[in-house]
Structures are given as C-alpha cells and as structure tokens.
Design a protein around this ligand. Structure first.
Ligand SMILES: Cc1cc2nc3c(=O)[nH]c(=O)nc-3n(C[C@H](O)[C@H](O)[C@H](O)COP(=O)(O)O)c2cc1C
Length: 205
C-alpha cells in the first residue's frame, strides 16, 4: 500500500493539521506495516506557482521552452502527478487560509491536474482518470463553517479531487481553532478520537 502524505500548514510545531496528519499516517502504518509513505512538506519544499512556461509542460500553451529551469519544472510536474497516480491513500493537511486552502497546496493541485494524465476532455465533458484512491483531508480552521457559505476550502478540495476521479474523500475536521484554548483543545480531542475509527474503516473497505 502506498500512502502520499502532504502537509501545507505554514506553522511547524504548533500546527493542528500537521499533528492530525501525522497521527493518521502513524495509525495507517501501524495497521498496515507494509505501507510505504511518500511525504511532502509543501511549505518546506514549496512547489513554484504555475506560470505559462511551466504550464506548457502539460497544457497546450504557446510557450517555447528551452531553459533548464523550466525543463526541471516540467519533470517536477510529471513526478508529482505520477506520485499521486501511484498512491492508494492520500492524507492531506489543509488548513483554511482566507476561506480557501494554502497557496502551497493550490500549487500542488495546479501541477497534478493534467489533461491526458489525470483527466481528459470528451465530447460530453471532462472525465477523471485517477481511480480507486481514498483520501483523508485534515481540515483545520479558526472558526466554524459547517453551515456557512464561505467555505472555499473543503468544497474546493472535493471539487478539484472529484474532477480527476477521486470520489472517496473523507474529512477529519478541527474547527474553532482560534476561539480560545478550551475550544481548541476540545476540537483537537474530537478530531484525534475520530482518526482511528476512520483509518480502520478505510482499510477495511
Ligand atoms: C494566514 C491565515 C489565514 C487564516 N484564514 C482563516 C479563515 O479564513 N477562516 C478561518 O476560520 N480561519 C482562518 N485561519 C485560522 C487557521 O485556519 C487555523 O489557525 C488553523 O488551525 C490552521 O491550521 P494549522 O493549525 O494546521 O496551522 C487563518 C490562519 C492564518 C495563519
């Protein structure tokens, strides 16, 4: 079993999402000791944002690419998409920043959504090509959005992953992280308790 573990919090030690993704991956490996884990800290090793020449590596864009730096970025785009395709379970740390995801996570998404590789256009619309993956998204946020329309984080991630064919998307959620120590501790406690049941269910399915 191949696990792809992504973190995108700009915080290091104090990060709730990093604590939760680590717990999830640890539980997965404990229950499935043969698992291989590929880890990407998308902040520590930030992926450059998409631009025209980089996008020309996998989109029909009118850029003539000859420099070594851009060629390396094309190789990186391939590597990131191949790594996603090779994985069975994705664990994604996704704090809410300004109602959406970290730009570092968006940069990863912009590299792995590739026509002809992770989705293709058909006469009846686009279809996803990435089958059979399970995803756990750790969603951390300062406030509470369960009944709020300003959530462009979880909804966006579900849409983007669904677009490339990934439908089995699960959430471990810690809300109210900016509403004081008590609220934070209670949210973390609830989220941590939800990890093992979810991981067990994912591995059983
Ligand atoms: C730059 C920045 C922007 C944020 N924007 C939002 C926001 O729009 N809505 C929200 O509820 N919380 C927001 N927060 C709070 C974080 O979502 C919250 O602190 C969460 O715990 C971050 O995840 P982490 O602990 O893994 O770093 C923001 C925090 C930062 C640092």
């Amino acid at each position: 079993m191949q696990i792809l573990h992504l973190d995108s919090s700009i915080q290091a030690d104090g990060s709730a999402s990093r604590t939760l993704t680590k717990t999830i991956v640890t539980d997965l490996v404990n229950l499935h000791p043969d698992a291989d884990v590929a880890y990407r800290d998308l902040v520590e090793e930030a992926i450059p944002h998409l631009d025209g020449p980089i996008g020309a590596g996998f989109r029909p864009l009118p850029f003539n690419v000859s420099d070594e730096t851009t060629r390396r970025e094309h190789a990186r785009s391939n590597e990131l998409a191949d790594e996603l395709i090779a994985s069975d379970i994705l664990v994604i740390g996704a704090p809410m920043y300004n109602f959406s995801v970290a730009s570092q996570l968006k940069a990863w998404i912009d590299r792995v959504i590739q026509p002809g590789k992770t989705f293709r256009y058909t006469e009846t619309g686009p279809i996803g090509l990435v089958d059979g993956k399970k995803v756990v998204i750790v969603s951390t946020r300062g406030g509470s959005y369960l009944s709020a329309p300003m959530d462009f984080q979880e909804a966006y991630l579900k849409t983007a992953l669904g677009f490339i064919g990934i439908k089995d998307v699960n959430f471990i959620r810690a809300e109210n992280m900016s509403r004081g120590d008590l609220a934070r501790a209670s949210s973390m406690d609830t989220a941590l308790k939800a990890v093992l049941p979810l991981v067990t269910e994912l591995l059983a399915a």
